[in-house]
Design a protein around this ligand. Structure first.
Ligand SMILES: Nc1ncnc2c1ncn2[C@@H]1O[C@H](COP(=O)(O)OP(=O)(O)OP(=O)(O)O)[C@@H](O)[C@H]1O
Ligand SMILES: [Mg+2]
Length: 249
């Protein structure tokens, strides 16, 4: 289980995540819903270790002060102070907002970057095959430069790259951003398949609540850094605040 306990994150003196607690149990798909600037990326970046408190030495060289309170626990063990690559090795893998591909590298090269920390060559090839089964569009485009792909295809590459790191917990930061509605549905189906086939746990941060809510087990709403609502999919679908603010009912 991945557990976020009373997590608070400041950029300088501005609070971005305020006393947030979240649990992701094995095999669950968890939604983290919130509009612009709600704190979704800050939360995901802190869980993956991209956002770490800087030491005094680093601060003297410039850069903003980041202060983090609270705990991130993997199977009950604190991982707060681990570097991002150690968290990846433990199975916590982030697919960042806006994809961050290497546009001049091919699709295949982008995918293989995700396996950088792995040494199990046979399994790497199996995983590549699995990804191409989940995203068949990528098979035809393996040798094309990633920068020339459509937005939807680029998002598939970004998720594929994260899968190549062999996640136990996959953190998706706004995977639906910039995609046409039909593609959003296609991508959500693929995400659901990851859980069904691999038993992966998935934490998905999204502004597009309506299509996403149908694939989650439980969800949280974050507003200006604070969790305002949480519950099972059914509870969220019945919640009046969510109906009006996020589902347009
Ligand atoms: N590097 C930074 N320095 C200072 N403030 C920041 C920094 N990054 C984000 N913030 C602020 O922290 C708050 C949360 O931002 P965050 O990017 O986590 O939100 P978000 O939910 O991911 O938004 P979006 O949907 O736009 O991606 C915002 O008020 C934002 O302006
Ligand atoms: Mg964000």
């Amino acid at each position: 289980m991945l557990e976020i306990k009373d997590l608070t994150v400041y950029y300088e003196s501005a609070i971005a995540v305020n006393d947030v607690s979240i649990r992701v149990e094995d095999g669950e798909i968890i939604g983290l819903f919130g509009s612009n600037s709600a704190g979704k990326s800050t939360l995901l970046n802190t869980i993956s270790g991209l956002l770490l408190e800087r030491g005094k030495k680093e601060l003297r060289r410039g850069g903003e002060r980041i202060t983090i309170f609270g705990d991130i626990l993997l199977d009950g063990v604190k991982i707060n102070n681990l570097r991002p690559w150690d968290r990846i090795r433990m199975g916590i893998v982030l697919c960042p907002e806006r994809r961050r591909l290497f546009p001049e590298m091919t699709v295949k090269e982008n995918l293989l970057v995700g396996a950088y920390l792995r040494r199990d060559l046979d399994e790497i090839n199996n995983d590549l095959e699995f990804i191409l089964d989940v995203f068949p569009r990528l098979r035809e485009r393996l040798d094309q430069e990633a920068g020339f792909l459509s937005g939807g295809e680029q998002q598939m590459v970004a998720i594929g790259r994260s899968l190549m790191a062999k996640p136990r917990y996959l953190l998706l930061d706004e995977p639906l951003l910039g995609l046409a509605p039909v593609l959003q549905i296609e991508l959500l189906k693929a995400i659901k398949k990851l859980r069904e086939v691999k038993g992966m746990s998935i934490l998905i941060a999204e502004q597009y609540v309506l299509p996403t809510i149908h694939i989650i087990d439980k969800g949280y709403v974050i507003e200006t850094g604070v969790i305002s609502v949480s519950g099972t999919r059914e509870e969220l679908l019945e919640n009046p605040q969510i109906k009006t603010a996020y589902l347009g009912m």
